[in-house]
Design a binder for this molecule. Sequence first.
Ligand code: HEC
Ligand code: HEC
Ligand code: HEC
Length: 503
Amino acid sequence: MTPLYRLTIAFSFSMACWAAEPVGLSVFFQNSQAAPIKLLGEHRRFLQEVDITVSSPPSGTDLGIQPVQQSGEFAGLNWNGVQMVEEDWRPDGAGKFTRQRFYRGARWMKNPSSFQLWPMNANGIRIGLPLFAFTGLDELRTPADDGFVRRFVARQIALGCPAVNNCTGATFIAQALVQWRHNQRAEHRDVFIPSAAAKLCLIWTEQPGTCREVPVTHQAVPATPFGYGFVPALSVVNPPANGSHYQPGEAVTFRITLRDRAGNRLHPQGSLPTLADVVSGADPAGIRYFNPSIIPTLYYALKHREANTSVGLVGPVHKLKVSNRVLTIPEFFLPQAPTATTAADGFTGLAIAVPSPLIQFGLLPANTPVPDTVTFTIPSDAEAGTYVASFKGRREFAGEALNRGTTLEIKVGTNTPAPFVAKTGNCNTCHEDASAFSNVLHGISDRRVCFTCHSSLEFEPDNPLDIRVHTIHDRSRRFDANIRNCRQCHLTTPTGPARGILP
Ligand code: HEC
Ligand code: HEC
Ligand code: HEC
């Protein structure tokens, strides 16, 4: 075989692999504006994540959600039945408070609906087949649903309230949110987007006359050194000093390596992109960092786009439980944030944000280099056992968006650790295949690490793990079980109230 011929075979083989793997498409319209997408290669594609938000301009007058009901893009929708379902107050970290009011029950929120994403040429003529998704109903999960998560809601955000129950002088924003994700039928919903497509037009059946446009361009496969997929990995940089396990007081450095599905690196060894490069889009790999501008809020709003990139360390695993700690704002800026302590919780939880919060909150410039390593110092009072490190992140690349994570075990203080005994389970009766933990939320299926980052935060009181999981399933009307049947998830009888469940 001549080298050229061999190369051609190798190339066409890799092209075939590229073409074989269908790719999910994520679209995000904020007041009809969507960032242009540079599609990569020839793939069958399916809708994976669709978000439409419509927000009123900030105003000094408290009009509830009227501004989005009576004017703007959603004024024509059927709002009958809408009502406020809950109110939330939290410190904004700058001495004031944010009040949010959440609304549900409007016809458009409850109706069955569907999306069609039409490829169009530059003249706005439809070409090819649409990407289709049936969004199902708000109040019932059915086998006909294409997506696993469906949250169609509205909220009013009041920023800068001087005190709880007092929003004098606050800034008010009304927002409607159509949020749908995790396609469970990707293999039946995938189609090619023709290379002549210059834009994609999203039609939602609640607004059949409205075409929300995303500009698209096409790039050939060799145009970037990496392709689709997001596979993070953690590795240990310094082996234990005694050669077998780490000791309390010892420092352990982990390296974060982010790759695409084919194993190509997304960043050079030694560094991750700077915050400036992520924000400006100069980072070609599409790695994302924390985005507070969308005001992400548990269950109701855009948590899946928050991209709060972080590394955790938790253990020993046989002592894990929901942390009692409330992490203060100053603690968040420490080299490692203590989410659980031996003194308060009987185990150790530590979290490090990437990039450092000093960069994220502007105390250091946005172009400060971001290393691909983080160092934890194991507290001197840490209990012996198995510890698990975790990483979670988000990548938005060439139309595909993925939240993914990874975990890595280490031993502390012993070579014969005790195992984790789960107090909750049965999750995979509903979370399987497309809705398995490896695909939804952070893309992490090792439930031991859930206890790491989910302690209460001064600025996010609903961060504890029990509140998070209870709230999601309680607010979802698509949870096809009784949330008050504790046994549905609890393998042992819980010893307290179900925090986060509405009365
Ligand atoms: C009876 C079915 C059922 C069981 C059992 C169940 N879940 Fe869920 N879960 C759901 C549904 C339905 C949703 C999606 C809700 C929505 O539409 O917003 C969900 C959503 C979630 C989400 C959010 C996913 C995302 O990407 O936003 C998490 C996290 C989660 N579940 C964790 C768990 C854990 C942990 C357990 C076990 C202790 C569990 N679930 C048990 C049905 C279930
Ligand atoms: C390394 C830190 C970390 C670990 C480990 C972690 N989380 Fe999270 N979790 C976060 C952050 C940060 C957010 C905010 C959203 C984001 O940035 O993804 C979040 C958000 C959530 C939400 C809100 C989702 C929504 O739609 O409102 C739930 C529920 C949740 N986590 C449950 C879990 C569970 C269950 C596990 C274990 C499988 C887990 N978390 C592991 C940091 C973590
Ligand atoms: C959808 C699944 C689900 C249901 C239903 C559920 N819980 Fe939980 N609960 C969890 C998860 C997950 C945790 C996190 C701790 C863990 O996994 O061990 C948790 C933690 C707790 C905790 C914290 C400490 C502990 O004992 O583990 C309490 C208390 C609790 N739940 C009470 C309840 C009560 C009471 C009910 C019924 C009214 C209930 N839960 C129903 C999933 C659930």
